[in-house]
Design a protein around this ligand. Structure first.
Ligand SMILES: CC(=O)SCCNC(=O)CCNC(=O)[C@H](O)C(C)(C)COP(=O)(O)OP(=O)(O)OC[C@H]1O[C@@H](n2cnc3c(N)ncnc32)[C@H](O)[C@@H]1OP(=O)(O)O
Ligand SMILES: CC(C)C(=O)C(=O)O
Ligand SMILES: [Mg+2]
Length: 523
């Protein structure tokens, strides 16, 4: 049996934008919509045009500039003026779709609208009839469906389908459903819907209040849903929406079980997630499935050993499949001899055997206990010092001291670095303290690097919180990462930048030795 196609509607620009702090301007929305097109989503929900002139214009601009090969929709209430705003904003797209929402649960009908069920149902029918005079494609969302009385929900669906709705969206608006129950709801709706009009597309829209959005969406797919609504990074009202990357990868990795596929270009997933983080300033938790920083990082010895023997031992999908760099082995005091040996060999050294290896490994453990994470340049020092090859370590930079003065006028950084036996001192001004620091480091090292990514997270609470800084820089056409942790976030920022530079220097040294056929770094 051929795999079933599941349509993907991305609502990051509508439900995702309902998150406090996630407000984007028009240019940012268009940039994100362009990335969604590269990701190959089927439908982009671009906004709620009746809410403000700014949102109307953003939806219109997305429809005009991005809506040539991807369907564009926007949301409105079951109110004529909202539907007019939706129509006017999306009509320039090639495949415009009007989206109308109206509550179906007793709570919504009684508390929000204070009307009879019949009156609310009629509002929905009238809204769909009106929308159909404007466009052929109309989606109707039965808001709060998972808490609705089933027979009332069904009469609403039947009535709006008869009025011309071409898509029925069943939302778990408040994230109340659990997977078995939601699957059963979709199975029942699907069964009846196919008898009324088999052409109508059945869609689901889940929220994550109990952390079940992905599970509920997958359960709905198993039970006949043709279309899913999701957001990148699971961004959305309250605890968020179904995370697009999680459902798409679950369908891909467990294809044999679901027998469903989406058109999503999975290698664009991480790029899309990073763009959203950059545009909104809302970070992804480090252990978030698929797009979290640690999603493909392995730090314990038994896992690292298994992965080095065969990636499948601890990897169910390859990082490259979602657009991430290849798997990352993070060296910590929980790492074992296999991972340590591998890292030393990657640097171009021979880690030795027997007693020699054991001595080196014990020194590594001491360092790892003190430093939490051990980076390439730490290993480099460890190995070269151990072998009395101090001359080779002349090329790496170490932070000796720094002072940053920050004010409105000209934030300034004064710092000194050590390079082998030489101490380099200098200062710089910048747009802010980190900018001043990085300008100073660049001037002292003389390395023409460009900073591509800077991220800081707090990894503990209180005034003693440890800041973890991750950077990416470009040097010689390649991207290098650096990270560092410290209770002083300015120090962590300087150290991460230097770690990235040292990684670039080590790589360059290795490339040169490869070219000359003379392994300069090995003993
Ligand atoms: C589950 C969801 O995510 S639904 C989408 C949520 N998105 C948004 O709310 C978009 C942003 N919202 C807005 O900009 C504004 O709330 C607007 C423009 C929609 C409405 O603003 P206002 O006219 O000032 O109304 P306000 O928001 O205070 O109240 C909502 C009104 O719409 C009514 N309403 C709510 N949902 C619907 C609906 N689906 N269909 C028709 N009327 C509705 C409410 O009953 C209330 O009407 P009332 O004044 O008669 O009691
Ligand atoms: C508009 C609808 C689909 C919605 O966002 C919800 O019910 O959560
Ligand atoms: Mg929602």
């Amino acid at each position: 049996m051929a795999n079933r196609n599941i349509m993907v509607l991305d609502t990051t620009l509508r439900d995702g934008e309902q998150v406090p702090g996630a407000k984007l301007n028009m240019q940012q929305k268009v940039e994100f919509a362009q990335q969604l097109k590269r990701l190959k989503v089927d439908i982009i929900e671009a906004g709620f045009p009746a809410s403000s002139q700014g949102d109307f214009q953003a939806v219109q601009e997305i429809a005009r500039t991005v809506g040539d090969s991807v369907s564009i929709t926007a949301l409105g209430r079951a109110v004529k003026s909202d539907i007019d705003a939706v129509y006017e904003s999306i009509r320039l797209a090639q495949q415009p779709l009007i989206h109308i929402v109206l509550g179906t649960s007793n709570i919504h009908v009684e508390k929000k609208f204070n009307r009879s069920k019949e009156a609310v149902l009629q509002m929905g029918v009238d809204a769909v009839r009106y929308a159909k005079t404007l466009l052929p494609h109309v989606q109707y969302s039965t808001e709060d469906a998972s808490r609705a009385d089933f027979e009332y929900l069904w009469s609403t669906i039947e009535a709006v389908v008869k009025a011309g709705a071409t898509m029925i969206n069943v939302p778990d608006t408040v994230g109340f459903a659990e997977p078995e129950e939601f699957g059963e709801l979709i199975r029942k709706v699907n069964e009846r819907l196919k008898n009324v009009n088999p052409e109508v597309i059945l869609s689901v829209h889940c929220h994550n209040d109990l952390g079940l959005a992905t599970a509920n969406t997958l359960s709905a797919i198993k039970n006949g849903a043709d279309k899913i609504e999701c957001t990148i990074n699971g961004l959305g009202e309250r605890a968020g929406n179904t995370s697009l990357e999680e459902v798409v990868m679950a369908l891909k990795v467990r294809e044999a079980r679901y027998r469903c596929r989406t058109a999503i270009e999975t290698t664009e997933l991480l790029r899309t997630s990073r763009l959203l983080t950059y545009l909104t300033g809302l970070d992804v938790q480090v252990n978030k499935a698929i797009t979290g920083e640690n999603a493909f990082a392995h730090s314990s010895g038994i896992h690292q050993d298994g992965l080095l023997k065969d990636k499948q031992v601890y990897e169910i999908m390859s990082p490259e499949e979602v657009g991430a760099d290849s798997m990352e082995l993070v060296l910590t005091a929980r790492s074992g001899r296999h991972a340590f040996k591998h890292a030393v060999q990657q640097l171009g050294f021979d880690p030795g055997e027997g007693e020699a290896l054991e001595q080196l490994f014990q020194r590594f453990l001491e360092l790892a206990d003190a430093k939490k994470e051990v980076y390439d340049h730490d290993l480099f020092y460890l190995v070269t010092e151990h072998r009395e090859q101090a001359a080779s370590s002349q090329q790496l930079f170490e932070l000796k001291s720094f002072q940053v003065v920050t004010n409105d006028e000209c934030p300034t950084a004064a710092l000194s670095l050590r390079k082998g036996d030489t101490v380099l001192k200098g200062s710089a001004v910048g747009d802010g303290p980190i900018d001043a620091l990085y300008r100073g480091i660049k001037a002292l090292t003389g390395l023409d690097v460009s900073l591509k990514h800077y991220k800081i997270n707090s990894i503990s609470r209180g005034t003693e919180a440890v800041g973890r800084v991750n950077i990416q820089l470009e040097y010689g056409g390649k991207i290098y990462s650096g990270r560092a942790m410290d209770t002083d976030i300015i120090k962590a920022s300087a150290q991460a930048f230097l770690n990235g530079m040292n990684a670039a220097l080590l790589d360059t040294a290795n490339d040169q030795s490869d070219l000359s056929g003379n392994d300069r770094l090995s003993s």
